[in-house]
Write a protein that binds this ligand. Structure first.
Ligand code: ZN
Length: 270
């Protein structure tokens, strides 16, 4: 599932291209991808020009010149790409035809993604329901410690809750916990202030290096030109159960709780 680094990669790819472009037509092939009415979605976007494109949590957020915001959530297998890349369509759901002659295409095999239009204020309200951005300069380790110290959830579950942090999913939660030496099942409130500090730093490190590597492609994720991300070979624990830890050589283990796999090294993570 695309997380913060994958969404950020797509957004950065589209930033030099999309702003200033006008949508001349919208074709919805899979109406169940659209949240709200598909006819209101198309009529709200046709003729609108992209002012900016950015990321909030795991959402791609496009501000239009018509006081409307298009939010794209890639779900499990969604892709947003330009048709001039080496992009192979598998399950196209929505075409945005642009005045440049190109199309921006939303493609989704499993169709758990959503596309939705909001008013600006409505989007601001929605955005407030998400936690802080872990890479924001305003987000300090004291902010993380303050909140984690009052939670009885396992720390991996705390990290996955988008109300606590926006954009972190199972891959980078597991990676940050290994880097900070914290077992995924530890009760959040039992973390020391030092551990919270290490976790805060580890989150920055794993997310930033994944962005530099253009995201993790396990199967479906592609950037805005249809290319794979290169971060998979840098993963420390995620998907590496039965293989040796790069730090201590003990075998990485996999456990399941809250219906999700957790990967950890019994040597490094207490
Ligand atoms: Zn280890």
């Amino acid at each position: 599932m695309p997380e913060l680094p994958e969404v950020e990669t797509i957004v950065r790819d589209l930033q030099p291209i999309i702003p200033g472009k006008t949508i001349v037509n919208v074709q919805v092939l899979r109406p169940n991808i659209i949240k709200g009415r598909a006819d209101a979605f198309t009529s709200g976007l046709i003729g609108a020009t992209f002012d900016s494109i950015s990321r909030r949590g795991k959402n791609i957020v496009a501000h239009m010149n018509t006081d409307c915001v298009l939010a794209v959530n890639l779900g499990m297998t969604g892709r947003l790409a330009l048709d001039n890349g080496n992009f192979t369509l598998t399950h196209p759901a929505v075409y945005f035809q642009l005045d440049s002659g190109n199309s921006l295409i939303y493609d989704d095999v499993r169709r758990f993604g959503t596309l939705q239009i909001f008013g600006v204020t409505e989007w601001q309200e929605r955005s407030k329901t998400l936690g802080p951005e872990p890479l924001s300069a305003d987000y300090k380790s004291s902010d993380l410690y303050e909140k984690i110290a009052i939670s009885s959830s396992p720390v991996r579950s705390w990290l996955l809750n988008q109300k606590n942090l926006a954009g972190v999913g199972n891959i980078y939660a597991n990676e940050a916990l290994h880097l900070s030496g914290i077992h995924p099942r530890r009760v959040s409130s039992n973390l020391t202030e030092t551990e919270a500090k290490q976790l805060h730093q580890a989150l920055q490190d794993v997310l930033l290096s994944a962005i530099l590597n253009r995201g993790t492609t396990l199967r479906n994720y592609r950037d805005a030109s249809g290319r794979h991300g290169k971060n998979k070979s840098y993963l420390r624990v995620y998907g590496r159960h039965g293989q040796a830890c790069f730090k201590c050589s003990r075998l990485v283990e996999r456990i399941v709780f809250s219906n999700r796999s957790a990967f950890f090294c019994p040597g490094c993570q207490r």
